[in-house]
Every structure is written in C-alpha cells, then in structure tokens.
Design a protein around this ligand. Sequence first.
Ligand SMILES: Cc1cc2nc3c(=O)[nH]c(=O)nc-3n(C[C@H](O)[C@H](O)[C@H](O)COP(=O)(O)OP(=O)(O)OC[C@H]3O[C@@H](n4cnc5c(N)ncnc54)[C@H](O)[C@@H]3O)c2cc1C
Length: 423
Amino acid sequence: MVSKLDADLIVVGGGIIGMTTAYEATRRGLATLLIEAREGVGLETSFANGALLTPSSTEPWNAPGVHRLLLASLFDPSSAMKLRLHAIPSLLTWGPQFLYHANRRHHERATRANFLLAQYSVSKTRQVREELGLHYRHASTGTIKLFRDHASLQAGAAAAHKLETLGLRFEMLDPARVVTVEPSLGAVESDLAGGLRFRGDETGDAFAFCQRLQQEFARLGGRIVTQAKVEKIAYQSERHAVVRTTGGDFQTRSVVVAAGGQSNKILKGLGPSLPIRPAKGYTATYSDVPPGGPAIPVIDDTFHCVFVPLGKDLRIAGTAEFTGNDTRIAGDRVANLRRLLKQLFPQLAESLADTEPRAWAGLRPMSADGMPFIGRLGTRNLFVNAGHGHLGWTSAMGSAAIVVDAILEEPSAVDASPFRPER
Ligand SMILES: Cc1cc2nc3c(=O)[nH]c(=O)nc-3n(C[C@H](O)[C@H](O)[C@H](O)COP(=O)(O)OP(=O)(O)OC[C@H]3O[C@@H](n4cnc5c(N)ncnc54)[C@H](O)[C@@H]3O)c2cc1C
C-alpha cells in the first residue's frame, strides 16, 4: 500500500532550471516540492552568469575544428576555451563523445534544435514576466556580435541565414553602422570587419529571476526545503519514489532531477550515466558604471566574451575551462576579462582602472552533444532537466514547459525528441 505522499512531484535542485520547472509544474496543478542543497535558490551556476538570453547563439561549443583549438589551448594561457592537463582523466568517456559530435551535420542539427527551444523559451520568459509583473533587471535591447575579420563575419552571417527560416531575425552592420548603433565602440571601429545585430535577444539577472519566481511558486502553494542534499532516490513502484535527503525522507509520485552538473550523482543506479561535464567560466561585474560603456550587450566573437549592461552594472563574461569541479577564482582569468574591457572600451576601462570588479566563477553543465537532457528516464516516473551548458538561462522556461509536458503526458509546443535523455 502507498503511504501518504508529500507531493505529486519533487524537483531536485533549485537553480534556474529547477526553479522554473517547479514553478511551471505548480502553475499547471501539480503539488510540488523543491529540494535544494544550498541555503537558497540560484546560488550555484545560475548566480552571476552572463545574463544573456540569446536564441541567436545556440550553436554547441564543439564546432568542427574544436580538436585543434583544445590542443592548442594546452599551451596558450589566454585561450578562450582551455583544456587543463589534470582534467583529462575526468573526460575519458565524455571527451571522445564531445569530439565525435564535432562534425558539421550534427552541429547544424543541434544548433537548430537549441534555437527552436531558445526561441520558445524566451517567448515564455517574456510571457511570465508580463503576467506576473516580474522585475529582474531585464532589457529587450537585443545584442550586437562583433567580428574582426571578413571570413568570420561571413561565416557568422551564413550561420544566421540558416536559422532565418526558423524565425531568427538579424541585420548585418558595417563598422560605421556598428558605431552608430553602439557609440561606445567608437575607439575600435577601425579594428572591426563588422557586426550582426540580433533584436530578439534579451538580458536579465538569472538569480533575481529565480528569487522572484520562488515567491510566485510559494504563492501558488509550492513548497521548498533548503539545506537538504538529496542522497538517493529509491522507487517503491514505478509511481512511488522515496527521496532520501540529509534533511529527511520525502515521498512522491514523480521526480525531476534538475541538479545541473550534480545530476549524475543523484541518478546513480537509476539509469545510464548522462554525459555531462563542467566547463568553468568567469564573470566580472562592475557596479554603478560611469559613462562610456555599452547600452546594448556586445558579444565579441574573436575572444568569446560578452559585455552586458545589467541595470546600473556592467557584467563581463567569458572563458570555458575544462578543469574539473573547481570553482576557485584564478586571478589571471579575471585579469584577462579586464584586459578585454580595455581593448573594446578603453575610455571606460580608464575610468574603472582603480575599481575591483566582483569576480565569480561557475561550472556550465555541458552535455557531450551540445543539447540538454529533458524528459523521462526509463519507465518509472523519473524525469531529467539538466545539461544546459552555456544556454541554461536562455532555455530555462522552455525546458521547464517541456519536462512538465512529459510528466502530464501532454504534447509540447516544440519538438522535444532531440532532447530525450536516452538519445
Ligand atoms: C560564466 C558563465 C556565463 C554564463 N552565461 C550565460 C548566459 O549569458 N546565458 C545563458 O543562457 N546561460 C549562461 N550560462 C549557463 C547557465 O548559467 C547554466 O546553464 C545554468 O545556470 C544551469 O542551471 P541549472 O539549474 O541546471 O544548474 P545550477 O544553477 O547549478 O543549479 C543546480 C542546483 O542543484 C543543487 N543541487 C546539486 N546537488 C544537489 C543535491 N544532491 N540535492 C539537492 N540539490 C542539489 C545545487 O545546489 C544548485 O542550486 C553561463 C554560465 C557560466 C558559468
């Protein structure tokens, strides 16, 4: 006999993916309990990320040629994507899969699937913002992507053209037009080959969004248990799980594991291991920024970094380091972000020369094929929403809707088959 359940659904992990999932499930009528190991929501990878929602940039990072880039990075301290020697043993099964998928056919397929998810997700983010009147330092100014040579500009434009039929809108800008759109780039006009303007991209603070959504979740009757680490999920039957945590046991009909890079530990023994590994990134945030900075987020294609106005702050984000589960802040990586600020916005960098930015490092949960895992795992009422890599904020609301569709056995608004956990 099934004893009294604590919830219809338990969501494990209160990052942007778990929080949006728990909200969406509650909104659609499921009595939901969110269990989070930390003292609050959004304190891990979703805390101070690049703050961009970019359907325009949904290509996986294992583009054809990534092999050469990673090899060269072993010897180049300033490389945007960096492989650390000591991390190689932890990549023994994941690494070959990551490289296997670095071919044109897969890359285009994954970019398209991610784009449709991201586009759907951003529209859902807008909808929830308007319905609930949420404020999370958001802006709908779009983004500008900069290119320093003509071949890269043409390649960027060709990639954007391929998504045009699916709904991506963009404009090509010559260097003079880049500066007209974003005057703070005046000092580097002569270094540029041009840019692409994506009006559909947005910005916002993912941590603030998590917190606002938590309030709405509670208002709808959702419950949160914090400082409880899930250690095991045991199924009594296909529709009855006991979630064992450091704060006690909880009984439920269904579980969604949305614990980012920690998801595999929780899923151990319940199905195949998901190919997810951490790719470390850094942000540097300046408060109350003086004039001279960008009004529109600027994405630098050459150095793989972004400059994002966030309310009165400016956030610089960049680097992808394969260095295991290490979130320590390395001074040289932060110095590198400051150097990039100086290259692009010399006048602003001068004004900020004596100001220390708030430095932060987080671990992107990267799947080996560049797409997240969303949906049912096996035959039990066990679901996954994890492995969103560099696009977790962009695709959170859409991914939440898709996993709740799977729980309720309802059709999804976008094709969810590319994201099946057991693909
Ligand atoms: C430098 C950087 C810049 C980025 N910029 C962008 C950007 O501009 N746009 C974008 O779309 N994405 C960006 N990302 C990616 C994005 O931040 C991530 O994809 C997203 O935060 C992942 O969310 P998550 O909820 O899966 O993981 P997390 O935010 O890490 O949440 C997982 C949660 O699970 C909890 N947890 C773990 N184990 C357990 C357990 N056993 N029991 C209970 N709880 C547990 C953790 O405490 C955590 O709160 C960036 C990432 C980085 C690092």
